[in-house]
Design a protein around this ligand. Structure first.
Ligand code: NI
Length: 409
């Protein structure tokens, strides 16, 4: 393991004490955001709640123009180095079914990915770090970011120049999850989450009578053959050591039992753990679709919508996060993940430019089992709110460890 050589400076009691002292406020803010979820790049009411919670603190603010994201900057005792802490803000388009007293009041929107807790923990960290700013040998940039759920919010905020001045030297984010033991943190060096692209395949033939297929160009058997050929592409052309997932999740064609339709449409998702494999899969899909269709005298078309890139964690920052978690909460609180997960995350854009890491934080609800309780993105997903005290403390301790410790980056 490539751990930093010198022990980082971490005021353990100060940060854990602050996390506990701020817990009631953190829970209140989380609930206010939870019952008023917003979608996409425009989350103005959430931004207002953040600004209200940070009012009066010694922070500089930057925002706009592409999103309602907010940057808050805290200057410590020197400006030697800068660390970025990020929390995403947006909810998911689904109907909540948790029965919580503070459940969503907005039809068709729910904080089912825990971003409400990410905002609340980051606000708590901002309050705690402002109160102890003299302890920080550097600058902290708090990034409140909307549009994580497929909207590229992190990329837009970077294109808006919001991370240019001051330019962070390291970046860190927490993602809460009910599917890890309470209070444990988990991450890994290298790929943590996958790239996620959408593919749309159209097979164009010629319609006709279902009893006389030789007079038509039936797209349905060709579409089925393409689905099978694409799975051969994944198992025969892609290394098992740098894997890919390709799922055709929707097939649409035809109207009734005795008509051959003119075309078939297929939608799917492509997940990879490296840019090289991502390009190989894209190129392979185009080739297979075109040529399998052509072999039968039909036309196959492929459109690929590029989503988030691979989320890659820097080994030095993961090592510092591990060291920080163990210093604050004990050795048992850290887990090195044996494998990546094939979900995706737009913090990947930040990590392409700034060395950093994301860590998961276990928050299984009371009485639940982390192995079986409802996962992120479920309409019944609930979390332990008490764990947010640890998230606040870890954000603070990580920032101090990076700014005051040995230079790891
Ligand atoms: Ni999320």
């Amino acid at each position: 393991m490539n751990a930093p050589t010198k022990a980082a400076v971490i005021d353990r009691e100060i940060w854990t004490g602050a996390g506990e002292a701020l817990l009631a406020d953190t829970i209140a803010l989380r609930r206010a955001i939870h019952e008023d979820p917003e979608l996409g790049l425009d989350c103005p009411r959430t931004t207002e709640k953040i600004k209200a919670a940070l009012a009066g603190l010694p922070l500089e603010f930057r925002e706009g123009p592409s999103t309602t994201g907010l940057i808050a900057i805290l200057r410590g005792s020197t400006n030697a180095r800068t660390v970025l802490l990020r929390g995403d803000m947006d909810a998911l388009p689904l109907e909540e079914d948790t029965g919580l007293a503070f459940r969503s009041r907005n039809d068709g929107a729910m904080h089912a990915c825990g971003h409400d807790t990410h905002v609340a923990m980051l606000v708590g960290a901002a309050k705690a770090l402002c109160a102890e700013r003299e302890r920080l040998a550097g600058t902290v940039v708090f990034m409140f970011q909307p549009g994580e759920e497929g909207w590229h919010g992190a990329r837009f905020m970077m294109e808006d120049g919001l991370l240019d001045d001051p330019r962070p030297d390291a970046a860190f984010a927490l993602h809460i999850t009910p599917n890890l033991p309470n209070g444990t943190f988990a991450s890994r060096t290298g790929p943590l989450l996958a790239s996620a692209d959408q593919v749309r395949i159209t097979v164009r033939g010629a319609g006709g009578h279902a009893a006389m297929p030789h007079d038509a160009r039936d797209p349905i058997p060709v579409a089925c053959e393409i689905v099978t050929a694409l799975q051969s592409l994944i198992t025969r052309r892609i290394s098992v050591y740098d894997p890919a997932v390709l799922t055709i999740a929707k097939i649409e064609s035809g109207t009734t039992f005795n008509v051959i339709p003119e075309s078939a449409l297929m939608l799917g998702t492509i997940r990879t753990l490296s840019e090289a494999t991502r390009e190989t899969v894209h190129e392979g899909i185009r080739r297979v679709v075109e040529h399998v269709a052509a072999a039968h005298g039909l036309v196959g078309e492929t459109e690929i919508d590029r989503g988030f890139p691979v989320t890659v964690c820097d080994g030095r920052i993961v090592a510092l996060a591990e060291q920080t978690v163990q210093a604050v909460f004990g050795a048992e609180a850290w887990r090195t993940m044996p494998t990546p997960m094939m979900g995706a995350e737009d913090f990947a854009y930040v990590l392409q430019k700034i060395p950093g890491a994301m860590a998961f934080l276990g928050a299984t609800p009371e009485g639940g089992d982390f192995r079986t309780c409802c996962a992120l993105h479920s309409n019944r997903m609930v979390l332990s709110e008490e764990v947010m005290a640890k998230g606040v403390a870890l954000h603070c301790a990580f920032a101090q460890a990076f700014l005051n410790g040995d230079a790891v980056v």
